[in-house]
Every structure is written in structure tokens, then in C-alpha cells.
Design a protein around this ligand. Sequence first.
Ligand code: 5GP
Length: 184
Amino acid sequence: MQYWKEEPIRLLIDEDELRQMVENLGSEISRDYRNKVSVESPLLLVGILKGAVVFMADLARSMAVPTALDFMAVSSYGASTTSSGIVRILHDLDTSIEGRHVIIVEDIVDTGLTLRYLRDHLASRGPRSLKVCVLLDKAERREVPVCVDYCGRQIPDEFVVGYGLDYAERYRDLPYLGVVTEME
Ligand code: 5GP
């Protein structure tokens, strides 16, 4: 039996629905970039570790245009930096984004602080275009405005896990999205 059936997790979005959400995003993005990218000059997907890994793997495979993949890791801001929204880069991109079409791929946008920082920071590196794609959006929690170009689904203010998202490094391996019903 799958271990998570014993865990305090309530189903929020099942595997079929996730697949549909990602396919829709892949089609929408492919339509927008059809005449802009090529095998020689692919669309660069910048995944934010670790939460976006599972989503990005599926998104890249649902795309009808050529993509290249790179990753960044950022620290979550502590209490002292919440108001400024300063985020520390723990692992930077391997490639230059100058002159390239780039999409930041993030698991979830909550307050918006992480994405606002990343968007501003990457924009300063001179990409040809820069957009943001998130799987999930907790719009009611937003503290700073941030432009989200592609969004899988808006969700209520609940702590979600699975499909790459964790609770204390647990549950990233769940194939569906759930809500933790008992926090330790
Ligand atoms: P923001 O900067 O928008 O407040 O937060 C974005 C980050 O917070 C996400 O990339 C994610 O790591 C984390 N986060 C926000 N809400 C959730 C949630 O419901 N579940 C999990 N696992 N992480 C979340």
C-alpha cells in the first residue's frame, strides 16, 4: 500500500486534473512561442528548486516548442527580510539568459515576494523576454503585486503538499496535490 494513505493529507487536486492543468499550460505557452523559438534558440525554462522540479519535468514534456532547462535555488526569506522581500540566491543558473526568451517556472505564488525578487533580478540580466509560469496561485495571500503570465489554478489559503511541494522535506513524491490536515 502507498505510504501516504496513512498520512494526514486530504486530496486537493488528483493526478488526472494535474495532467490536464499542465497540458493546458503547455499548449498555451507553445502557442505564444511558436514563432519565437527554435532548436538553435530554445525557450529557456528556469525552474525554482526544489518545489518546481516535478511540475517543470511534466511541463517541458507537454510543450510543442523546443525548450532548454536550467535551475535556481533561493532561500526563503526570514522574518527580518519579510518586508523588504530580499531573497538570497543559493544556486545560480548555469547559463546566461541575455537575449533569450525565458520563463520562470515556480510551484506556487503566495505572498509574491519570491517571484517579485526573481522577476526583477532576472530582468536585470537582459533577457529578450521574461515571463512567469506557476502551477498554483494563492491570490488572497498576496502582499506585493507580481505579474503571473501563466497559472495552472488558483487555490484557497491552505498548506499544500505533493507533486514537488513539501512539508519539512516530506511528501514531494506524492503524485497528487493534498492539504496537510495535521501540522506538527
Ligand atoms: P512567496 O514568496 O510567494 O510567499 O512564497 C513562495 C514559496 O513559498 C513557494 O515557492 C513555496 O516554496 C512556499 N510555499 C508557499 N505556499 C506553500 C504551500 O502551500 N505549500 C508548500 N509546500 N510551499 C508553499
